[in-house]
Design a protein around this ligand. Sequence first.
Ligand SMILES: Nc1nc2c(ncn2[C@@H]2O[C@H](COP(=O)(O)OP(=O)(O)OP(=O)(O)O)[C@@H](O)[C@H]2O)c(=O)[nH]1
Ligand SMILES: [Mg+2]
Length: 331
Amino acid sequence: MTLTDDLLAGNRRALARTITLVENDGPDAHAALAALYPRTGQAHILGVTGAPGTGKSTLVNALAKAYRRRGFTVGIVAVDPTSPFTGGALLGDRVRMRDLSGDPGIFIRSMATRGSLGGLAQATADVILALDAAGFQRVIVETVGVGQAEVDIASTTHTTVVVEAPGLGDEVQAIKAGVLEIADILVVNKADREGADKTMTALHMMLGMGMRYANHHGRTMAVDGVAAVEPAGWTTPIIKTVALRDTGVDELLEAVEAHRTYLLESGEMQQREEDRAHTSLIHILQASVLRRLNSRVSGDHLHQLVAEVANRELDPYSAADQLLPAVLSAQ
Ligand SMILES: Nc1nc2c(ncn2[C@@H]2O[C@H](COP(=O)(O)OP(=O)(O)OP(=O)(O)O)[C@@H](O)[C@H]2O)c(=O)[nH]1
Ligand SMILES: [Mg+2]
């Protein structure tokens, strides 16, 4: 039995080892992913993002439990692009999610970053594939909302949940970060706190102004008031939760499932799958070019070209042209 056979047979250690392999991004990882790929495509992939401390981990924990109560198996990936080395937040995640471990229907993995080549979004996409192949029916990816990173990661998911919380200084954090555009579902967590209603109102106003946002898939999504004239569209729901007390969590689960049904029935799922495939392909090609650059061009040669560009003896495009043959040649 190979590692991938063991994984497909439901062996958790094989899954953990495969994920480690995938994080290290070597040739073995590519072979493993190629073997697993035909067995993927069953999981619904859910991204949960938002500003630090809004309660994402607590909410993911509660949502995973709600899915378990309904008989779904759940894989959880906690991504923290901001602190690759300290691991503090990751440890916190593990502590908070500890009550889920021991359940064979749950698999939790924290990841920080993978070298400089593959990039975190691609590493995340690969870990999702491993969980999907292992048969987890819902995969939840938690990312901290800091900007481009979670927009990238949104392109690896089917449904993006953006979590807000009252009293973070700004009325609506997501607007500033530009994250609202990627939301399929908005959550105002910590609804037990003062200011939750103000945050709800602010979000409703933004969505209700009749504005149409071009989402990250390059299409427009219908918002409040617009859905009536565009029945095929998706109206972004705003859900109040108190993750600590499980309040609103079933509504969130229902919204995710409704979004999944919408994607399947409208044909948008196919479009999202193509977007995901496209993003993945680009990431892989970028990584591959960089890997070849590292292995085929000596550090001295690269440094010499860099120095020439810095000294204005050579422009950067001509320098890149000089390197391309080595990168592109069959070998
Ligand atoms: N009052 C209240 N506190 C909450 C709620 N949900 C989470 N918290 C608390 O908020 C704090 C942060 O929660 P986390 O779940 O770690 O938040 P997070 O968004 O995952 O944080 P990072 O991953 O560090 O960005 C913890 O102390 C939680 O107990 C809630 O609904 N109400
Ligand atoms: Mg967290």
